[in-house]
Each structure stands twice: as C-alpha cells, then as structure tokens.
Design a binder for this molecule. Structure first.
Ligand SMILES: *[C@@H]1O[C@H](CO)[C@@H](O)[C@H](O)[C@H]1NC(C)=O
Ligand SMILES: *[C@@H]1O[C@H](CO)[C@@H](O)[C@H](O)[C@H]1NC(C)=O
Ligand SMILES: *[C@@H]1O[C@H](CO)[C@@H](O)[C@H](O)[C@H]1NC(C)=O
Ligand SMILES: *[C@@H]1O[C@H](CO)[C@@H](O)[C@H](O)[C@H]1NC(C)=O
Length: 413
C-alpha cells in the first residue's frame, strides 16, 4: 500500500515537470484584448473588429516598424475568435472573420519572423461565452493548436470550478508537451484563486506554465495601473521569488499608445513593468501609434533591462513619506536598474538620495545612465549625494554599472 502511494506520487511528479525550455526572458509582443476586446462587428467597424485582417495588419506593423527586431515577436489572439466545434469536436474559428483559418495566420506570422499565440478557456465557455475547453477536450484542443503551428496558448479560467482548474491546467501542460511542438503556456489559473499562497502553489505553476496572470485584468486607466502595481508590491515577498527564466509573473498588458495614460504615466508603466521583469505585451493600434509612444515602447536600454538574462524580478525598496518610491532590480554583469517613482499630484519633486541609502556596495564606483534621456552621471560613490527630479505620476529610471572597484586605501580617504 505504501509502495503503491509512493509510485503514484512519483508518477504525478513526472507528469507535472514539463519544462519546455521556452521564454528564458520575459516574452514580448502584441495581444489583442485590452485595445480591441470582443469587437466582432466587422460590418460597422471592419478595421478594428477581431478578424484575420486585424492580426495581419498588426503582423505587418510588427515586422516593418522595428518592433520584431527589438524582440516584440508574439502576435497573440485573445477571446472571440472561436466559431464553434466541427463534427469531430475540433475547435474552428469564426468563418466570416477568419475565412482562411488559424493555420493560415500562423504561416503568415512565421513568414514575417513572428510567432502566433492563441486563446482558450479552461471551462465550459470562454469569458465572452464562446466554446470553452472542458476537461475532456484538453488533449484534442492542444493537438489542434499544434497542428495549426501555434506557438503560444493563453488559457483563461472563466466558467470552471477550482477543482476543474486544478486538474485542467496541469493536464493542458502535459497535453501541449505531448504534441511535441514547443508551445509557450500562459496560465490565468492563479488570478482565479486569489493569486496568493496557500491557495496558489507557485512552484507547481513554475513547473507547468511559462507565465501566469496573478491578478485582475488591466483597464485603460491610471487607476487600474496603480491597483495592479499596489497589489504586486504589497505581495512582493511572495511573488518576487517565484519569477525567473522560463516562468514569469504577468501583471497584464501595456496600455502605452491608448487613451487612459498621460505621457508621464505611460513612461511609468513601461519602467515599472520592466523593473518587475514583466512580459511586455502591447495592446494598442500599431497602425496609428504616435512617435512619442513608439519611443517609450522601443527604448533599447529599457528593453535590454527587461530582457536581462538573470531574469530576477525587482522589488520596491523604499516608500518615502514624500510619496516617492524607489524600485530596484539586480541585473547581469553587476548592473542594477533603479526606478524613482512619484505618486505626488502637485509638481516635479526634487528627491535627494545617495547610493548608500539604496544599499549599493560601498566598494564600487558606479556610472548611471538615465534610461529615458540618455544622460550619464559618472563617478557615483556610495556617499555621493544626488538629486533626481520626478514629475507627478512619473518616473526617473537609471541603469547603473560599476566602473571601478575601490581599494581599501581609497575607501577611507
Ligand atoms: C516535454 O517535457 C520534457 C520534460 O520536461 C522536455 O524535456 C521536453 O522538451 C518537453 N517537450 C515539449 C515539446 O515541450
Ligand atoms: C506545490 O507543488 C509542488 C510540485 O511542483 C509540490 O512538490 C509541493 O508539495 C506543493 N506544495 C504545496 C504546499 O502543496
Ligand atoms: C538595506 O538592507 C538592509 C539589510 O538587508 C535592509 O534591512 C533594508 O531594508 C535595506 N534598505 C533598502 C533601502 O534596500
Ligand atoms: C551628503 O549629504 C548629507 C546630508 O544629507 C551630508 O551629511 C553628507 O556629508 C553629504 N555627503 C557628501 C559626500 O557631500
């Protein structure tokens, strides 16, 4: 009996270890949902409805406007693409909006050097009421996605019980693995369980998912950005250690380019998501995005920091009475990223600090590059006083790297 139990546990453990080797860095790309939602009215709004034309338009922009070459390679479909199931039970897309099918879109994406992501829901229906993936359909749907040459699956969790999700997400991970096609797996599971231990087992998630949505959907407003940020920061002791290469916390899409954020707020979301080692999924109309918003999203140093190979999620290290907060992320080659974030609502604030206050090593001299302006400040010792001027609901972001190791004699001069 004891032996039987041990064998059973061993089998379970084997089924759950499904490291697919994908997403060693936070994924980057474009996801339809936040900007285009479930707009299925292709008669009244043909350019913006969820259709193969929309995805082909975005694929063209990703390939031609510099996005792909900076790493934004995922072109991801969200809810509202499904037309039904065929006589064999296979998912089929809406035939009016996706007349050439999903395999065609995948080929199109691949021909441009992009990857295609698709959406399904662990449950009876998707969140918008389209056919869901019930437990008995998991393997068939995984097989269908692999046959279409899809590269990523976002599996939502509407219309299911906790018990079904606990069975369904590991089952889908195993089913994707069994197809033999590397398919990155985004799990909405934790968001449906409150996002925190003990209800959420993050070591299990890290074994079966490449990224996961911990918390609420983002909406096109600064209030929404702050509520997500607050939740992640309030729970950073639980969440920060569980992220790493191949398995990321996902605070949801970037709003940059849409309607709800000011210029400062758009920069702030980009900087904070980068510090959090978050996936960078844009959800904006790349056909009409302004040069200013493109600059925010295409900042090469920002992307280098987000994509740092160590994959360590940053933390908020200071919360001042002045409503200035400091975030810090350790990077490879002993570099460090800092974000000085202002929650003030009055005017630009002059924040005085030193690297010693931010726990930097006192045996090194640093150089800091301002990630947005490109300005460089050299010769920063731990006791050097500096001032950063931070705009209301804005950030100053620094990339710091050691330029000198101090000898003992120099340290005590
Ligand atoms: C399936 O999982 C095994 C064990 O972790 C791994 O070696 C293999 O690469 C995976 N295959 C795919 C297609 O994900
Ligand atoms: C979480 O899942 C892992 C399997 O990845 C398992 O070893 C561990 O016991 C689980 N932890 C809890 C608290 O259930
Ligand atoms: C600096 O490090 C100490 C000791 O690890 C810690 O208690 C403190 O919170 C840290 N402060 C900052 C600003 O990181
Ligand atoms: C930095 O400012 C503090 C006061 O905030 C002062 O005590 C210290 O001497 C200054 N350090 C340097 C190197 O000027």
């Amino acid at each position: 009996m004891v032996l039987k139990t041990v064998l059973l546990l061993a089998q379970v453990a084997q089924v759950l270890m499904l490291e697919n080797g994908l997403m060693r860095k936070p994924p980057m790309g474009w996801l339809a949902w936040e900007r285009f939602r479930c707009n299925i009215d292709c008669v009244e709004d043909p350019k913006n409805c969820i259709s193969e034309q929309l995805f082909m338009d975005m694929a063209d922009r990703l390939a031609q406007d510099g996005w792909r070459d900076l790493g934004y390679v995922y072109l991801n479909i969200d809810d509202c693409w499904i037309g039904g199931r065929d006589s064999k039970g296979r998912l089929v897309p809406d035939s009016k909006r996706f007349p050439h099918g999903i395999a065609f879109l995948a080929d199109y994406a691949h021909s441009l050097g992009l990857k295609l992501g698709i959406y399904a829901d662990m449950g009876s229906f998707t969140c918008m009421g389209y056919p869901g993936t019930t437990l008995d359909k998991v393997e068939q749907d995984a097989q269908t996605f692999a046959e279409w040459k899809v590269d990523m699956l976002k599996l939502d969790g509407c219309y299911s019980t906790s018990k079904e999700r606990a069975e369904g997400y590991p089952k889908m991970a195993a089913a994707l693995n069994a197809t033999g096609r590397p398919i990155a797996f985004s799990c909405s599971w934790p968001a449906y369980e409150g996002g925190l231990p003990p209800r959420v087992n993050y070591s299990l998630l890290a074994d079966i998912c490449n990224l996961w949505r911990n918390y609420d959907d983002i909406q096109d407003s600064w209030t929404s950005v702050l509520s997500i940020l607050d939740w992640f920061v309030n729970h950073q002791d639980e969440l920060q250690p569980v992220a790493g290469p191949g398995h990321w916390n996902d605070p949801d899409m970037l709003l940059v380019g849409n309607f709800g954020l000011s210029f400062e707020q758009a920069r702030a979301q980009m900087a904070l998501w980068t510090i959090l080692a978050a996936p960078l999924f844009m959800s904006t109309d790349l056909r009409t995005i302004s040069p200013q918003n493109m600059d925010i999203l295409q900042n090469p140093l920002m992307i280098k920091i987000n994509q740092d190979p160590l994959g360590i999620q940053g933390r908020r290290i200071l919360k001042e009475k002045s409503h200035i907060e400091v975030f810090k992320r350790p990077l490879s080659d002993e570099a460090i990223a800092l974000v000085f974030f202002s929650r003030r609502t009055d005017m630009p604030y002059h924040y005085h600090a030193s690297l010693a206050q931010l726990n930097f090593s006192h045996t090194k001299v640093y150089e800091a590059q301002n990630v947005f302006s490109g300005d460089v400040i050299s010769g920063l010792r731990d006791d050097t006083n500096f001032t950063v001027t931070i705009n209301p609901s804005g950030v100053v972001m620094w990339y710091l790297y050691p330029i000198k190791n101090l000898e003992m004699s120099e340290m005590f001069q």
